[in-house]
Write a protein that binds this ligand. Structure first.
Ligand SMILES: *Cc1c(COP(=O)(O)O)cnc(C)c1O
Length: 225
């Protein structure tokens, strides 16, 4: 990836984020996570050099490889993919800044047990399947608040920081919007319990996600292609 392209892509995303967030409020701050799963460590470095600081991966092994390759840069690494039980220890060892995809009590229990054994903590978001799609991970919206509280109260090594959703997989903006609003309402209900981040919005829908109250977006193809 050429530096000029990185500047152009990042400017395009920032300009769109600025317009969307200012429509909500000048106090509404949105964090951009560059999802580097389609890209090389070299591309991440190029984007870092033009100002992007937070990146995310959806596979533990890819996170490990890129993090190690770019060890000399103060990059903030996020994990956004489905976490298999046999990869939990590997993820813990990578100390991600934020794990976006805690998607069941069972996973929380396993993760907590392994964190405890290593005497470590991990900041996580509860993933909510607000699009009600079988292909998507996440807890049911109707159960999200009680599961969040349960994890908060029972798993001391997990620090819940908010919620994450992937928008409905359709071109119908109204349907996508509805899924985002579902997550935003849950987020608002969880704020008294420490929820700070509402992670939603990807390349195709982050403007809509921000309009619905997202304060953390995960942008891959628009940044890297
Ligand atoms: C790949 C991925 C993204 C980024 O997707 P783009 O459409 O390329 O922006 C965001 N979130 C998750 C969980 C992903 O797996």
């Amino acid at each position: 990836m050429e530096k000029e392209l990185a500047v152009k892509n990042l400017d395009k995303v920032i300009t769109k984020v600025e317009a969307s967030r200012l429509r909500v409020s000048e106090h509404h701050i949105v964090k951009i996570i560059g999802i580097s799963k389609y890209s090389t460590a070299e591309d991440v470095k190029t984007l870092y050099e033009v100002g992007q600081r937070a990146f995310g991966e959806n596979k533990v092994q890819d996170l490990k490889t890129k993090k190690e390759d770019l060890d000399d840069l103060p990059i903030e690494w996020h994990f956004v993919g489905r976490l298999q039980k046999n990869k939990i220890n590997n993820l813990i060892d990578l100390s991600p800044t934020l794990m976006h995809s805690l998607d069941s009590i069972e996973l929380a229990e396993e993760l907590n047990k392994k964190l405890e054994a290593k005497n470590k903590k991990m900041s996580c978001l509860l993933q909510i399947n607000s699009a009600y799609e079988d292909s998507k991970a996440g807890v049911e919206p109707s159960e999200a608040v009680s599961i969040y509280k349960y994890i908060n109260e029972n798993f001391e090594n997990i620090r819940l920081k908010g919620v994450m959703s992937i928008g409905a997989h359709t071109n119908e903006r109204e349907v996508v919007k509805k899924s985002f609003i579902t997550t935003k309402n849950i987020f608002d209900e969880l704020k008294p319990f420490g929820a700070k981040y509402c992670s939603m919005g990807m390349s195709s829908d982050f403007d809509l996600a921000i309009a619905c109250g997202s304060n953390m977006i995960r942008v891959g193809s628009t940044l890297f292609k």
